[in-house]
Design a protein around this ligand. Structure first.
Ligand code: ZN
Length: 145
């Protein structure tokens, strides 16, 4: 799998506005986008920190995965996302190595990225997201697993 950099860190929050205020007023970052991802039942807020982003996740439904995560573990780091050249190719690499996948193929996430999740049972307890930007596909280089 060709992993380029940490694309973002996903953080589960109970109150998006309150958390945005912390990242802006204390850490001095700028929230450049707030977006609702209906199929994941979340509202997201994004901040850039160099090449990496912080993605705040607030559940829009008590049945959503973020609400359930907070119920079990409290607010905090929810997942880490690695930028790869091609999500589907990375998924087949992971599958070949015997990892448990949450998504068998890529789907659209926030910011129109292709995304897919690996199961934390196979990744040392860290929910792991793979994502790619369309630009990355322009210089699609095939790396061996
Ligand atoms: Zn994410």
């Amino acid at each position: 799998m060709n992993t380029n950099y940490i694309e973002h860190i996903g953080i589960a929050v109970t109150d998006l506005q309150e958390s945005i205020a912390y990242y802006e007023d204390v850490l001095g970052l700028e929230c450049y986008a707030v977006e609702e991802v209906a199929d994941q039942k979340v509202k997201t807020a994004f901040f850039r920190v160099g090449q990496t982003k912080i993605e705040l996740l607030e559940s829009t439904s008590p049945e959503g995965p973020i609400a359930k995560f907070i119920e079990k573990r409290g607010p905090g780091i929810h997942h880490i996302a690695f930028a790869v050249n091609d999500v589907n190719e990375a998924l087949s690499c992971a599958k070949e190595k015997g990892l448990k996948l949450i998504d068998e193929t890529s789907r659209k996430g926030a910011e129109d990225l292709d995304i897919a999740f690996l199961h934390p049972k196979s990744t040392g307890g860290v929910l792991t997201e793979l994502c790619s930007h369309w630009e990355m596909k322009l210089n699609d280089i095939i790396f061996p697993c």
